[in-house]
Design a protein around this ligand. Structure first.
Ligand SMILES: [Zn+2]
Length: 123
């Protein structure tokens, strides 16, 4: 179990946030095994936005602010895709497609699922 990282989560007065023993109940930060938002860190878009409004500038300055435009070129335009071969039996053919040159290359299912596998050579 983990806590929502929204700095104001406890300020949203919903029934499910009321915790504690009778006589000393308070609205508390939501605690769940998983969350839908912000890479599994926030219970709602409100909490995600509260965090961004308070901390995004510092986080961006820490990890590197983009100050010049990035460019999509043939060296970083590869994306993974698939075509249905047999929808009934969930059979697909996986492929890499270059968004600039439109070149296609076959991909194994393992390569498709491997988030580290890429043909891109730049950002
Ligand atoms: Zn929250």
């Amino acid at each position: 179990m983990k806590y929502c990282q929204g700095p104001k989560c406890h300020q949203y007065r919903t029934k499910d946030r009321i915790k504690g023993t009778k006589g000393s109940k308070t609205y508390q930060t939501r605690r769940r095994s998983s969350f839908y938002y912000g890479n599994d860190n926030f219970c709602s878009m409100n909490c995600y936005n509260d965090w961004a409004n308070e901390f995004a500038d510092r986080a961006i300055d820490h990890f590197g602010r983009i100050t010049v435009a990035k460019h999509l070129t043939k060296n970083n335009a590869w994306y993974k895709d698939y075509n249905w071969v047999d929808y009934q039996n969930d059979t697909r053919e996986y492929l890499y497609v270059n968004g600039i040159t439109k070149e296609q290359r076959p991909l194994t299912e393992e390569q498709y699922r491997d988030t580290n596998y890429t043909l891109n050579t730049g950002e």
